[in-house]
Design a protein. Structure first.
Length: 228
């Protein structure tokens, strides 16, 4: 029931190689209408990511390099202080080609990962998109926050049909007397299950269906009037 990254990712991805000049990287971003592109080697392995922010950083620090007494803004100075490993913001600002400008290593995800896993990686690392790679680290696509949100655009009828068919109708040897209704992604389960454990399991499995925002549990069972 849970969709994987492969189900929502974009497969045709613009990319650059390490020797791509600054101006060409900018043209790729503008031409494809994207805010970041993966940097790959000759075999398609992802080396890093280069974003609009990486390019703009060059302009941000430019005057400082020309010794004009330019003092970077506070946000830039803080980024510099936090860059404890690898190439810091100023190092990348001096770069002229993608390998010198990119943020590396790239945070990547496999195509068989769940959308929850991808969302957590984006949140933990403060990024808006992830290159999708195979087990060898070669680029297969890219998944964005926008892609992850598509699971919440399923119709109420589609969600209800999946719960009735793949949950209620498939997980028990008996046929539960359950009514499933969905309103704007909120599922209401009403009816009768054989046990309290079955009722809890049904509610939990309904929550796992893509597009479900919440589950209202109105299920009953014959042996207990209150949940344990």
């Amino acid at each position: 029931m849970r969709k994987k990254v492969r189900d929502v990712m974009t497969r045709k991805v613009a990319s650059v190689n390490g020797s791509t000049p600054f101006r060409d990287v900018a043209e790729v971003l503008i031409h494809h209408g994207v805010s970041a592109v993966p940097v790959v080697d000759g075999e398609g392995h992802v080396l890093g990511m280069i974003s609009e922010a990486d390019l703009l950083r060059k302009e941000e620090f430019k005057r400082q390099y020309y010794h004009e007494g330019y003092r970077p803004p506070l946000s830039a100075r803080l980024r510099e202080q936090l860059a404890r490993r690898g190439r810091g913001p100023e190092d990348r600002a001096r770069g002229d080609v993608a390998a010198e400008l990119m943020t590396s290593p790239a945070i990547t995800v496999k195509d068989y990962a769940s959308l929850v896993t991808a969302a957590r990686q984006m949140s933990a690392n403060g990024v808006k998109r992830l290159p999708v790679v195979d087990d060898e680290g070669r680029l297969e696509g890219i998944v964005s926050r926008h892609d992850l949100l598509t699971v919440f655009l399923r119709s109420d009828e589609e969600i209800a049909g999946e719960i009735r068919g793949d949950v209620v109708g498939a997980l028990w040897p008996y046929t539960p007397e359950v009514d499933v209704s969905v309103d704007d992604g909120v599922v209401t389960l009403a009816g009768r299950m054989a046990t309290a454990g079955d009722a809890r399991l049904l509610a939990q499995m309904a929550e796992r269906v893509n597009g479900v925002i919440d589950v209202i549990d109105e299920l009953e069972w014959p042996t207990s009037a209150a949940r344990s």
